[in-house]
Design a protein around this ligand. Structure first.
Ligand SMILES: NC(=O)c1ccc[n+]([C@@H]2O[C@H](COP(=O)([O-])OP(=O)(O)OC[C@H]3O[C@@H](n4cnc5c(N)ncnc54)[C@H](OP(=O)(O)O)[C@@H]3O)[C@@H](O)[C@H]2O)c1
Length: 342
């Protein structure tokens, strides 16, 4: 499988480490023999060689702060659209930054690659939250695969669980903790910290951005809920139509009162069937301490899936991280190599 990386930041490098580390195992156990023909990154540079790039060497160059464009056999100055138009590759890995308002430029990267007959895997929430139905149709029309396990709960295999293992179940509701930063802040507040101190600790630990709005106002969870509504429930939800409240208004007094009442606040992303409609919401909910989601503390993510066959199934795991999110792309590549339907 000839791979094209678009965006070579944390997640793409996490995948690269896994590809190098597991190269023999991937070939022997999963029939995934890979080579990288192209890499393009807006600041880190670009390289293209249809005969294959030396990924270890490029990782070392990036670690040394050298531009990928200095790569001796194939370093170039192509931008992402040029690379995607020209490169010979079977699968594109889209891991540029998420723009939740426009989905760009990632959506155009994906459109071009699918139209050229490449399969695509991405961790980018923007294109999925806004254009998942269009992109799925484009992939099907071009006979290629489009997978996006890492857009919700990183490498924790929620979408695979639903697509593969729960394929014979009808799902009526999904509710979960889809943002690790806010769950960390709420956990610290239960321990007695106020909101500002908990946020600044989350920033020091690298969980929260300097501008934390996407997390604390619920927008990140909203993108994920929209993705679930549209891809799992076949709806046409838009983030703008979904009620969304973050955690900024929750006070220590409310948290203490909830505890005294045998409950706990969690920021819950929820999507459910309501007759013929699919509805979604993001907001703080008071959960009974006996609920599986109540026991999920810190930066961990979790999702409870209500099915007609098993009742409730809860999956718990990381929702971010270099290796953890890189793994989601690896998981998708293995599926593509095996020819699973998208
Ligand atoms: N990190 C996680 O734990 C995690 C978890 C789930 C999903 N995701 C999603 O996965 C994606 C990648 O995340 P990340 O953590 O790897 O981010 P990152 O470290 O910022 O990497 C993104 C890379 O894409 C490059 N880039 C941005 N725009 C580009 C363009 N137009 N053309 C070419 N390259 C471009 C950036 O270049 P420069 O920085 O060099 O300018 C950067 O190297 C994001 O959409 C993110 O939301 C991340």
């Amino acid at each position: 499988m000839r791979l094209l990386f678009v965006g070579f930041g944390t997640v793409a490098q996490g995948l690269s480490e896994l590809l190098i580390e597991k190269q023999d195992e991937l070939s022997e156990k999963h029939g995934l023999d890979w080579e990288v023909t192209g890499i393009v990154d807006i600041l880190k540079g670009s390289a293209y060689d249809p005969k294959g790039l030396d990924l270890e060497r490029i990782m070392a160059m990036v670690a040394d702060g050298r531009s990928i464009s200095e790569y001796p056999e194939g370093g170039c100055d192509w931008d992402a659209p040029t690379m995607i138009e020209r490169a010979e590759a079977d699968t594109m890995l889209e891991a540029t930054y998420t723009d939740i308002k426009t989905g760009q430029p990632a959506t155009d990267h994906i459109r071009t690659a699918l139209a050229r007959g490449m399969s695509v895997t991405t961790t980018n929430k923007g294109p999925l939250a806004l254009f998942s139905n269009e992109l799925e149709e484009l992939a099907a029309a071009n006979g290629v695969q489009f997978l996006y396990e890492g857009t919700v709960m990183a490498g924790t295999p929620l979408l695979n669980l639903i697509r593969e293992t729960l394929a014979g179940s009808a799902i009526s509701e999904m509710q979960g903790i889809l943002n690790g930063t806010t769950n960390y802040i709420l956990t610290q507040m239960e321990g007695g910290m106020d909101y500002s101190a908990a946020l600044s600790q989350a920033q020091d630990l690298g969980y929260a951005e300097a501008v934390p709005d996407a997390d604390v106002l619920g927008w990140d969870a909203l993108a994920k809920v929209t993705i679930l509504g549209n891809t799992v429930f076949g709806a046409s939800l838009s983030p703008d139509d979904t009620p969304c409240t973050g955690i900024t208004e929750i006070t220590p007094a409310q948290i203490e009162a909830a505890g005294a009442d045998g409950k706990r606040y969690k920021l819950i992303g929820r999507v459910w069937r309501d007759g013929d409609q699919v509805r979604a919401s993001v907001g703080p909910r008071l959960m009974d301490l006996s609920h599986p989601l109540s026991g999920v503390g810190g930066a961990t993510n979790a999702m409870t899936i209500s099915t007609d066959t098993l009742g409730e199934v809860t999956i718990v795991g990381p929702g971010a991280g270099r290796r953890e999110t890189g793994f989601s792309l690896l998981c998708d590549l293995i599926h593509i190599a095996k020819g699973s339907p998208s």
